[in-house]
Design a protein around this ligand. Structure first.
Ligand code: PLP
Length: 390
């Protein structure tokens, strides 16, 4: 059965060009980039090239790029470094729709290290309450950490404006741009953030490679203390093969950005409009305009997201649900709950996240499959009678 992969916010296919770029460094060129000999130095030169390509994607300088093991490590390193930079400040701010890589660390810092935490709310469209954010920034605030784009709904936060406000108040600002990269323009010269996280496996590089952008001149406390690698900002022998893959993936992401914002957006909009038209009682989660071009979070009343996913799986369709299995109960995700999405549609939410590998035929396949799946599930649902939610 052909797989229709629409779960790109979870992870992406490693691009063929990326594999091709990496293979020689997995086999023939296995030297350590720190070695003094030419054999190792060949790898060092290739890493330098990769660092430049990553920098080019976000308009950074290459020395501002630090390679890590994943987006989670980048987020954690940025947050720990910020609180070490201001040991006397005991307040940190984030939103209530962050990825666990930020949200759970904030909760940990609140519970175990006595930090006062502000979780800034979002409205029912997932838009950040910036008035609240600016009101809560005080002399005691060490850090604001906010995601550029939400992984579940694709909703974008006004990072440029927030960066300006934090700069005016002398508060460090970190943004988790893991989902934004390759989908919206990121320019760190224009958007004056202090630190920014990326993850390879969301942009067609392998899993297990991340990037932390650290603005030139910013004092940084390393999370991994070890060798002199990454100019002492992240000890440990470099993941040479994945770094080389990440460089290529960033080069491709830059090239494909216009495609994602035209062809992929068109596919997403087609899928969205056809589903809204052909299936009764369904609604899109998140602001329709301030949103990533590839993401569609859509809730179907009176059915369970997990049942939809299992049935879509039989058609070869890969998507994800808007629920999180916590201690045996299937609750809607913290993002949908924070947005106040009603239970009846939050439970039946599916996220489709597309890439430039998707085709119009695949969208038609999904539409036909979903019409049939929702009809079957509603026929069995105690909350659905005579074509209506009860
Ligand atoms: C917004 C966001 N931040 C961070 C991460 C974590 O990235 P990684 O899986 O590379 O640790 C993800 C992954 O889903 C994400 O979507």
């Amino acid at each position: 059965m052909k797989i229709v992969y629409t779960d790109n916010n979870a992870t992406t296919k490693v691009a063929d060009e990326v594999i091709e770029e990496m293979l020689p460094y997995l086999g023939e060129f296995y030297g350590n980039p720190s070695s003094m000999h030419t054999f190792g130095d060949q790898v060092g030169k290739k890493i330098k090239e990769a660092r430049q390509k990553v920098a080019d994607l976000i308009n950074a300088d290459p020395e501002e790029i630090v390679f890590t093991s994943c987006g989670t490590e980048s987020d954690n390193s940025a947050i720990f470094s910020a609180i070490h930079a201001f040991p006397d400040k005991k307040h940190i701010i984030t939103s209530n729709v962050e990825h666990p890589a930020v949200k759970n660390l904030f909760m940990h810092l609140g519970k175990k290290q006595g930090y006062k935490i502000t979780f800034v709310p979002v409205d029912k469209k997932g838009i950040l309450d910036t008035d609240q954010l600016y009101k809560r920034m005080t002399e005691d605030t060490a850090l604001v950490s906010l995601m550029w784009a939400n992984n579940e709904t694709g909703v974008l936060f006004p990072i440029e404006e927030i960066a300006q406000k934090t700069r005016e108040k002398g508060i460090l600002f970190h943004t988790d741009a893991v989902q934004a990269a390759g989908k919206v323009v990121i320019d760190v010269k224009k958007t004056d953030v202090d630190m920014l996280s990326l993850s390879g496996h969301k942009i067609h590089a392998p899993k297990g490679i991340g990037v932390l952008y650290i603005k030139n001149g910013l004092k940084f406390s390393p999370f991994l203390i070890g060798g002199h690698q990454e100019k002492g900002r992240r000890g440990g022998t470099e993941n040479t093969v994945s770094i080389i893959g990440m460089g290529k993936a960033c080069e491709l992401a830059k090239k494909n950005l216009p495609v994602v914002n035209t062809a992929v957006r068109k596919l997403r909009d087609y899928l969205q409009n056809q589903l809204l038209e052909k299936i009764p009682s369904c609604s899109v989660n998140g602001d329709l305009n301030l949103r990533l071009p590839n993401t569609l979070s859509i809730g179907f009343d009176a059915v369970e997201g997990e049942s939809i996913l299992l049935m879509l799986d039989r058609y070869g369709i890969c998507a994800s649900s808007g629920s999180a299995c916590t201690s045996g109960s299937l609750d809607p995700s913290h993002v949908l709950m924070a947005m106040g999405v009603p239970f009846k549609s939050a439970h039946g939410t599916i996220r489709f996240s597309l890439s430039h590998y998707n085709t119009p035929e695949e969208m038609d396949h999904i539409i036909l499959a979903l019409i049939s799946v929702i009809e079957k599930l509603r026929a069995m649902s105690p909350f659905w009678k005579n074509g209506k939610l009860i």
